[in-house]
Ligand binder design. Structure first.
Ligand code: LLP
Length: 434
């Protein structure tokens, strides 16, 4: 079982052996704190449980969930691959030390600049998103006299029950080619014969924060059926399959658990059976976890400001951050829990809302949570914020982006410095009075 390195010492939350008070003093708030040991344990859990004697497993970290040099350096050290969706993500991945062949490129509308960058830097695989993109890529490869290993992204039409914005497998989805598209066979026949695109197999990703394992099993079954059909159609055997990411996490105390290690073991077994049943020549199977790799390791701490009682609704406890460091509650209605991290033993709970400091009514981080009555200067911690909050952070209302620190065994490691006021204008050009 993967465990957070949280302890309560005299009512003070400690993460990785360090008190949040110490971390606040050293780095200020808001502060993203990552439990480094938990990320290492999670990466190892992926490697050790998603494995097989009959296929090579390829676990790629989906860097859209979080990408900075420190985090990616740590992930690289754990021997994982990297999933990217832009020139920026490829660039950071390489700067963090990933061998280009362990990086693959996704995207529903890759630009020429991105494709050329991927080809020139010998990125491992490009995942083609549409027939039109195949033609575009082929033309570029021809011009450059290069070949590229590719997968084709299929939309397997699995209806997940996650938030609409993070479903990717509906008939109107912008990703991949729908498995029911009547032209799909002719497309694949043509791709399989290309001299420039080396079509290794297929890819699918059904959505994000998917809590029911049954959807992944359905996806795998559909993809294997499809690969077998395409193998017969093209007379070519496909060696790769990538089943994407999307594995759910327990975000708040009302969520059910997602037993990641068991799921990975069961998933690998199902895949093995399918490969055997269909007598496929698939030798490599990939998955692309983003959220499940880093979410539980992240905690955001804030300093409490005022508490306001409105005429209606729960009292609001205001913190010194909000929607610019975590847009997920406003965008997806994501639900988190909070702690008063310097008074863990105070159990006189009342119900509060947690509001940010942004000029926006929708800037509510938590609609309802139980807290001891917060006082100015208390430390409010929100758990399970490791994925996508930092990655989607902004400078709205011109707040500098917070510091990111990793902690392990009583040591803290600065990963990203807090932005300064000058950083806020570093790319701005002054009006010269014309
Ligand atoms: N592979 C592909 C092709 C994807 O599109 C995604 C996520 C992943 C892997 C990783 O999925 P994960 O394991 O992290 O669920 N901003 C949203 C999530 C967007 C996910 C987009 N694609 C959020 O904050 O919930």
């Amino acid at each position: 079982m993967l465990k957070k390195n949280y302890t309560n010492i005299d009512g003070m939350l400690h993460i990785g052996g360090l008190s949040v008070e110490y971390l606040r003093k050293k780095y200020g708030t808001p502060l993203y704190i990552y439990d480094q040991k938990l990320i290492k344990d999670t990466a190892r859990a992926f490697r050790e449980n998603f494995k097989s004697d009959i296929f090579a497993s390829e676990v790629s970290f989906a860097s859209k969930a979080g990408s900075n040099l420190y985090l990616l350096g740590l992930i690289k050290n754990e021997g994982l691959f990297l999933d990217t969706v832009s020139i920026g993500e490829m660039y950071i991945g390489m700067k963090a030390g990933f061998e280009p062949k362990k990086i693959h490129l996704h995207g529903n509308n890759k630009t020429k600049e991105e494709l050329v960058f991927a080809i020139e830097n010998k990125i491992g695989t490009i995942i083609i998103d549409s027939y039109e993109e195949f033609l575009f890529l082929e033309e570029i490869l021809k011009e450059m006299d290069e070949k590229m290993d590719c997968l084709l992204r299929i939309n397997p039409d699995v209806k997940t029950s996650t938030h609409k914005y993070i479903q990717t497998s509906n008939a109107d989805s912008k990703f991949g080619i729908n498995i029911r598209d009547e032209k799909i066979e002719s497309y694949i026949k043509e791709m399989a014969q290309s001299q420039f695109v080396n079509l290794l197999g297929f890819h699918a990703h059904i959505g994000s924060q998917v809590m029911e394992v049954g959807f992944f099993e359905e996806e795998a079954k559909i993809l294997f059926d499809f690969t077998k059909k395409m193998q017969d159609l093209t007379d070519q055997s496909f060696s790769h399959l990538n089943l994407g990411g999307g594995f759910g996490v327990r975000q708040n105390k009302n969520d059910k658990d997602f037993d990641l290690e068991k799921f990975l073991r069961d998933f690998a077994k199902i895949i093995e059976e399918k490969i055997k049943d269909y007598k496929l020549k698939i030798t490599r199977v990939g998955i692309e976890p983003g959220r499940s790799m880093i979410n539980q390791a992240g905690t955001t701490i804030y300093s409490v400001g005022s508490v306001k009682h409105t005429l209606e609704g729960l009292p609001l406890v205001f913190v010194d951050g909000g929607m610019s460091d975590n847009i997920r509650p406003s965008l997806y209605g994501a639900k988190y829990d909070a702690l008063i991290a310097n008074r863990l033993d105070d159990k006189n709970y009342e119900k509060f809302r947690v509001g940010g400091k942004f000029c926006e009514s929708g800037d509510i981080l938590i609609e309802e949570t139980d807290l001891p009555y917060p006082k100015r200067g208390d430390i409010l911690a929100i758990e399970n914020t490791g994925a996508y909050s930092l990655a989607m952070s902004s400078n709205y209302n011109k707040l500098p982006k917070p510091t990111v620190v990793f902690v392990e065994d009583g040591k803290d490691y600065l990963a990203v410095k807090r932005e300064t006021l000058d950083d806020l204008i570093k790319n701005d050009c002054e009006y010269k009075g014309e």
